[in-house]
Design a protein around this ligand. Structure first.
Ligand SMILES: Cc1cc2nc3c(=O)[nH]c(=O)nc-3n(C[C@H](O)[C@H](O)[C@H](O)COP(=O)(O)OP(=O)(O)OC[C@H]3O[C@@H](n4cnc5c(N)ncnc54)[C@H](O)[C@@H]3O)c2cc1C
Length: 423
């Protein structure tokens, strides 16, 4: 079948996968380059926001600055709750009290690289975020298609993508944003270092009678962290939080197979009744957890983005944030080439992108893996060591700022959009 080629004179980008970071990349580039760059996103689900229902993400300051710069933040602000304080405790499930070892609060906010009063993260509901991104993409002229990329073959100055249906597409650059099990990464023979955790992530929206006051909790329990993350008020009891509950995979099935009131009782044991009566508003859904990083973030005319390049444990809520940082860096590298009249899919662009993102992604993946190993463990010496460690960090403001700076993607060489600057 003859491949469809964009209009002569214009450049083209094809993105396989319509997740949140992929749509952010598509919009950033289309907004910056208009008709000079044809942008196509293809996904078996199109860009249907409904499939994100019930999910919420901790969006770090860099991602929020990017969305603000793109003019999207005001469209999703009504679905975003600032995290005013983060409280960390380490205990067993049956412990009568959960001693607090670490708090991150407003005193950490006055960092040189973050505006005074800028929260280090917001909890953002994924469905409104996906809707804002897909509407913005369509409004800007991004071609969003339903389908999949089966195979891609570089052909001289372009790459030819074969689709599940219809004529192949040709583009200057193909972005593989097709998730952790990326077919395109495998087809390009890019190596992957990774493993599955013997844990699953259970996600649910919980209604509660008392306000959370913007507080997030992370309880380190022996099976893994149990996070309570504040959402905008609403739901049957007036207030809501999202939970990310890490549990041993073999236990999770038994815990989740009961009647809804039994599942809620298990949640109550971990959530506690500190925020009053609880109700299950959405979920629970179960997600396999894994670690993985691609040996390269590029091949000829191909860039990996998001979970196709790196998969990390949700202990620090950073997976999507890494994907948005990828999108910002790739948008900057492509823009640099286009402004100079150069090939946006050429090796210099891909090298610059990989240089900007691979070390940062590896460092975050390794840090989250280490934290999970340290905390998802009930051995007494380890418990004592980590509790001492957390206590020390809590008393050393500079160290704490470093950790928050890392989590808020405020440190290191950030790309322009992550700093809140135009492309
Ligand atoms: C329990 C849990 C909690 C989390 N909490 C947070 C958090 O608080 N903050 C945070 O930053 N991150 C968090 N994450 C991580 C975050 O969910 C992921 O990093 C992010 O969703 C990955 O997005 P993605 O677009 O790269 O991949 P995906 O969301 O997997 O999207 C891949 C897309 O590619 C499409 N696709 C697949 N194959 C093809 C093909 N051949 N052609 C075209 N399209 C294809 C799929 O349909 C899909 O739409 C969490 C993860 C888990 C498991």
């Amino acid at each position: 079948m003859t491949a469809q080629t964009p209009r002569p004179g214009s450049r083209s980008l094809l993105i396989a996968g319509g997740g949140l970071a992929s749509l952010a990349l598509a919009f950033a580039l289309k907004q910056a380059h208009g008709p000079a760059l044809a942008v196509t996103v293809i996904d078996p689900h199109g860009a249907d926001p409904a499939r994100h229902r019930g999910r919420a993400y901790a969006l770090a300051a860099g991602g929020r600055r990017m969305l603000t710069q793109l003019g999207l933040w005001e469209r999703i602000a009504a679905a975003a709750e600032p995290i005013a304080e983060m409280v960390i405790s380490d205990s067993r499930l049956a412990d009568p009290v959960r001693p607090v070892f670490l708090t991150f609060g407003p005193e950490e906010e006055d960092q040189p690289d973050r505006a005074v009063g800028e929260p280090f993260a917001h909890m953002v509901e994924a469905e409104p975020l996906a809707r804002a991104l897909s509407e913005a993409c369509r409004g800007a002229g991004v071609d969003i298609r339903t389908g999949g990329v089966v195979r891609a073959v570089p052909e001289g100055a372009a790459i030819r993508a074969e689709l599940t249906a219809g004529a192949p597409l040709r583009a200057d650059l193909l972005v593989a944003a097709d998730g952790a099990r990326s077919r395109l990464r495998e087809a390009a023979r890019i190596g992957w270092v990774g493993w599955s955790y013997p844990q699953v992530g259970i996600v649910a929206t919980i209604g509660h009678a008392r306000p959370h006051r913007g507080r997030a909790f992370e309880h380190f329990l022996p099976a893994g962290p149990f996070a309570i993350l504040p959402l905008r008020d609403g739901g049957s009891l007036g207030h809501r939080s999202s939970i990310v509950w890490t549990e041993r995979a073999d236990e999770a099935d038994a815990l989740l197979s009961g009647e809804p009131d039994e599942v809620l009782a298990e949640i109550e044991r971990r959530f506690t009744l500190d925020l009053g009566t609880l109700a299950l508003e959405h979920g629970p859904s179960r997600h396999p957890l894994a670690f993985g990083i691609a040996r390269a973030f590029r091949a000829e005319r191909l860039a990996l983005l998001g979970d196709s390049a790196h998969v990390i444990h949700p202990i620090a809520g950073q997976g999507l944030n890494l994907g948005l940082a990828d999108a910002a860096a790739l948008a900057e590298a492509v823009t640099g080439a286009l402004r100079l009249g150069l090939d946006p899919g050429g090796p210099d662009v891909l090298r610059a992108y990989e240089r900007a993102r691979r070390f940062d992604s590896f460092a975050m993946a390794a840090a989250t893996d280490g934290l999970n190993r340290l905390f998802s463990n009930d051995a007494l010496p380890l418990r004592l060591a980590r509790d001492l460690g957390l206590g020390i960090v809590d008393r050393l403001p500079r160290l704490k700022r470093f950790f928050i700076g890392e989590a808020a993607a405020s440190r290191g060489a950030l790309s322009r959009l992550m700093r809140g600057e135009a492309l």
